[in-house]
Design a protein around this ligand. Sequence first.
Ligand code: TRP
Length: 335
Amino acid sequence: MEEIQKKRIFSGIQPTGVFTLGNYIGAIKNWNDLQKDFDCLFSVVDMHAITVRQDPTKLRQQILNSYALLLACGIDPDKSILFIQSHVARHAELSWVLSCFTQFGELSRMTQFKDKSARHADNINAGLFTYPVLMAADILLYQTDMVPVGADQKQHLELARDIAARFNSVCGDTFKIPEPYIPKTGARIMSLADPTKKMSKSDENPNGFVAILDEPDVIMRKFKRAVTDSDSIVRYSEGKDGINNLMAIYASVTGKSFDEIEREFDGKGYGDFKAAVGEAVSDALRPIRENYKRYSADKAYLENCYTKGAEMANKISFRTLDKVYKKCGFIKKPF
Ligand code: TRP
């Protein structure tokens, strides 16, 4: 029987700061599940990271740590292609071509650019502006079918689709138009200190986020301090942002439904609920913390994995770029 071609998924994560419970539930945990049914490429996007100033020594460490953490979270290098973006030069090459098919006006409308340039007013570099073009190159280079993205990256994915469609219409069919992949589960996780804001590693209040590698006592403390409301009934409803967030977290790490959670905590107060969420999260993250210690200490294994990942990504990327260069009118590369 002919083997059915699996659909291809691409996603990337920046190696900056610590990864949070929000990154885990909102992204990495889903990546893990996708590996069974899809042909997945996951990338530590170090080239995106330098759009804001980085300390090179720290960045080098963060790239390796991020890679080790993805392995620890269950990304399996035998099932997926897990690689470091700067190791595959065609991302940069395709990015240049695509930038010639992207309008200044389109990039000016990107809300993340507006936010980031306000936050880094002393370094509004061209890379920060063209960042979505590099992201489009990441995706289009692999003829990706689907991209799992959070709400904050939707606009960038829309742009990638527009760029692909434009190139196809000007130069002839070249790129597959990628679709957003909306996971069945995996909510947007909010800050524990201000549940109207997304959980972010750059929160100045460290009680706002739980890092994947936080120790159990730290996790428990942060959940006990989580901001809720003056009500005392554990129920999912509008206006109860804090409780809704804790329920989403609990549901995600235990697999329980909201109904089941409401029944479980019927007649109990917020204190019991917060402790239960803290414990469930701590249990869910324990194996990751342990795996991480093992992987991050094994430099030879890491090097082996990212080398293999780069080789595989490199092999796939060559076909698309060759086609693109030909359509642009370039002369075939002599080597
Ligand atoms: N811009 C994404 C973020 O900051 C990371 C990213 C880079 C990405 N390239 C990508 C995500 C390609 C999905 C697909 O979260």
